[in-house]
Design a protein around this ligand. Structure first.
Ligand SMILES: [Zn+2]
Length: 163
């Protein structure tokens, strides 16, 4: 990281604390060269995780794809109004990612991600959990179901080689 004021890379962390459900780290840094102060919010980045699909294909963890399935399930849940679906989905994503971080794995099967997702949903949003399972149950078997997590049939940006 470089100082935005003078371009020096001599930055030190003067303070830090976890925020937002411990999924973000707030850090205050000071530039030793010009004395400039800056604050950063760093999200826990799970892109180091490799997802192993049923087909054996390995892909990087993709937050946007997981979020998209959850959002559609939440938005389709009767008691949840569409305006808050985004906030709720984000909260659910944070809970899921916290679980994933807790597993301390560098590689996960798509089934495992599906399990973690449904576990979190079942505990906190049972109605959305059913929606979520229904959303992916258009495919034939559980393995297809789990695989579908990373290539939902209705996702327009899904390319054939994702399947
Ligand atoms: Zn500086």
């Amino acid at each position: 990281m470089k100082c935005p004021f003078c371009d020096s890379d001599q930055l030190i962390v003067t303070n830090s604390r976890p925020t937002k459900n411990e999924m973000e780290i707030w850090r205050r840094r000071k530039c030793l060269h010009c004395g400039g102060l800056l604050t950063t919010h760093e999200k826990i980045d799970l892109s180091y995780i490799t997802i192993v699909k049923r087909s054996g294909k390995r892909v990087k963890y993709n937050r946007a794809k997981l979020y998209s399935g959850i959002y559609q399930a939440v938005a389709a849940t009767k008691k949840i109004d569409r305006g808050t679906a985004g906030d709720i989905s984000e909260k659910i994503m944070q809970l899921i990612e916290k679980e994933i971080v807790g597993l301390k794995l560098k590689e996960m099967s798509s089934e495992r991600i599906f399990e973690v997702t449904t576990k979190v949903l079942k505990r906190d949003y049972p109605d959305s959990c059913l929606r979520y399972i229904a959303y992916f149950s258009k495919t034939k078997t559980f393995h297809d179901l789990a695989l579908g997590l990373f290539s939902p049939l209705e996702n327009p940006d899904t390319t054939p080689e994702d399947r």
